[in-house]
Design a protein around this ligand. Structure first.
Ligand code: NDP
Length: 482
């Protein structure tokens, strides 16, 4: 992918087919060694890897900031802090979740032992976006390796350096088999090659690309987990703490300059508190400090140049259809800076209420009742994240249950990612499968059902040949048949 719109450009690195084949072969060799390590050994090695990476925090901050322009505080919290929380949870549960599990057995098969073993899939392909260039690749690679796999990572061309830093830093620890985590730089063609060369794909990105990835993987009967786009509806009830809700909307729509898949993308406010909510949020948005250097900044620049035009077009469409737009000016096209925007009196016929913005924009729409907002939200094709704001927690949780999304919050915007124990993913067009949670770890394995005949050592089982009526009668009784 290329762009001539700004001075910022994607990486020119593009792995050749021969390089990809060599990395895939090395990953297979590494996987063959790694799968023989016990879970305890993997936990110990991977904890040590994380410790070594975390000790190089300043380098991570520098490379992530260089590639994304995000405030350094956000690198600490969202990329590194969240990664540390995931490591803690995953390594603490891995022995139980990934260990062998005894299976119950019919009493008539008392002389056999049955258990389920989790077997690594082999080589996992990760295809990742640019918005969380350390956290997403690291978290998924960590889970995949913990489950006994090797990883081929195809990062976004906009954040290749961060991925290469990760590859080199992991290799420098010498704690894992060589080639266990490899980066394949490049664009769509490299992504396709990674699908072809691996045994399972975890894709994070747009719904449009995700569909192509799923089709390609399915054609080869390979499983894929898809984490795609969203359109978080934040639903504010009249009895909500409006102060907290206004702060939450500002943060969850503008953190990472709005480039968060679970970030608030639209706010529905019950009519009786609409004006008050607007009054509260205006100064909060106006007070945001936007800077390029990442120091003492609340938000920085956009990462992906086409977003500037997408957001500008959405704001223009809203303005034309009667919304009051405050902010949203392109401040510096060369450096991809766009001011945060409030879009007041938004309506559902405006693109900004239905198409993913992925930028620091907060459209606010008045609704008669929260149930109307739930119906509007459910009518859309996306189903990633949503939140409900009310002091009546029972009502909030009931509304949350009615929302067709994978991630929902009550008085809580979008911090699910930090809870390794919670499955993370979307419903409908927002994804397939889950990362995190026990199911996220198990997804990197396949079950192998093991049956062991314990005794008697030499006699055949009763139901083997030869058949005869006497034996059949006995077996019918044994199995409880009439
Ligand atoms: P894209 O879908 O454009 O790209 C995602 C990845 O796919 C990139 O590495 C991209 O490479 C690669 N790719 C592009 N074409 C192909 C192809 N044909 N086959 C295989 N891989 C391909 O998404 P963005 O990078 O723009 O990310 C933003 C999107 O990600 C938003 O919609 C956002 O909501 C979503 N997202 C979802 C999350 C979730 O967990 N649900 C989390 C974070 C983001 P390249 O960039 O080099 O073209």
């Amino acid at each position: 992918m290329t762009t001539t719109m700004t001075g910022r450009a994607p990486s020119a690195l593009e792995a050749t087919p021969a390089e990809i084949a060599a990395k895939a072969a090395a990953a297979r060799r590494a996987a063959a060694v790694w799968r023989r390590a016990t879970i305890k050994q993997r936990v110990t090695a991977l904890r040590a890897v994380w410790k070594a990476l975390a000790a190089r925090r300043e380098e991570i901050r520098a490379v992530v900031h260089e590639e994304t322009g995000k405030p350094l505080v956000e690198v600490d919290l969202m990329e590194l802090g969240a990664a540390g929380l995931l490591v803690d949870w995953m390594t603490s549960v891995a022995p139980r979740v990934l260990g062998d599990k005894a299976a119950s057995k019919p009493w008539s098969l008392f002389n056999k032992r049955a258990y389920e073993r989790r077997v690594p899939r082999g080589v996992i392909g990760l295809i990742t976006p640019w918005n969380m260039p350390f956290l997403i690749p690291f978290g998924d690679a960590f889970a995949a390796m913990l489950a006994g796999n090797a990883v081929l990572l195809k990062p976004s061309e906009w954040t290749t350096k961060t991925a290469l830093w990760l590859e080199h830093a992991v290799a420098a620890t010498s704690l894992l088999p060589e080639g266990l985590l490899s980066v394949v730089p490049g664009g769509g063609a490299a992504g396709e090659a990674v699908i072809d060369a691996t045994d399972m794909i975890v894709f994070t990105g747009s719904t449009k690309t995700g569909r192509c990835v799923a089709v390609r993987a399915a054609g080869q009967l390979k499983p894929s987990v898809l984490e795609l786009g969203g359109k978080h509806p934040m639903i504010v009830l009249a009895d909500a703490s409006l102060e907290r809700a206004a702060s939450a909307a500002t943060w969850a729509a503008c953190s990472n300059a709005g480039q968060v898949c679970v970030g608030v993308e639209r706010v529905f406010v019950e009519a009786e508190v609409y004006e008050r909510f607007v009054e509260l949020i205006r100064p909060k948005v106006a007070a945001l400090r936007q800077k390029l250097d990442g120091v003492d900044a609340d938000l920085g620049r956009m990462v992906f140049p086409p977003l500037l035009d997408r957001i500008t077009e959405q704001l223009e469409d809203a303005r034309k259809k009667g919304a009051r737009v405050i902010g949203g000016e392109v401040l510096d096209r060369e450096n991809l800076m766009i001011a945060p925007a409030l879009v007041l009196d938004a309506r559902m016929d405006m693109k900004i209420m239905t198409e993913e913005s992925f930028g620091p924009v907060i459209p606010i729409m008045k609704v008669a009742r929260a149930e109307e907002a739930v119906a509007l939200a459910n009518a859309g094709s996306e189903g990633l994240a949503a939140s409900v704001w009310t002091t009546d927690l029972a009502k909030g949780e009931a509304l949350a249950a009615a929302l067709e999304v994978g991630l929902v919050g009550v008085n809580e915007p979008a911090s699910h990612y930090a809870f390794g124990s919670l499955p993370f993913g979307g419903m409908k067009q927002s994804g397939m499968g889950r990362r995190h949670g026990e199911e996220g770890l198990l997804a990197f394995t396949q079950s192998q059902s093991v049956l062991v005949h314990e005794w008697p050592a030499s006699a055949p089982d009763l139901w083997w040949f030869p058949y005869n009526e006497k034996k059949a009668g006995f077996l019918r009784k044994l199995m409880g048949l009439p």
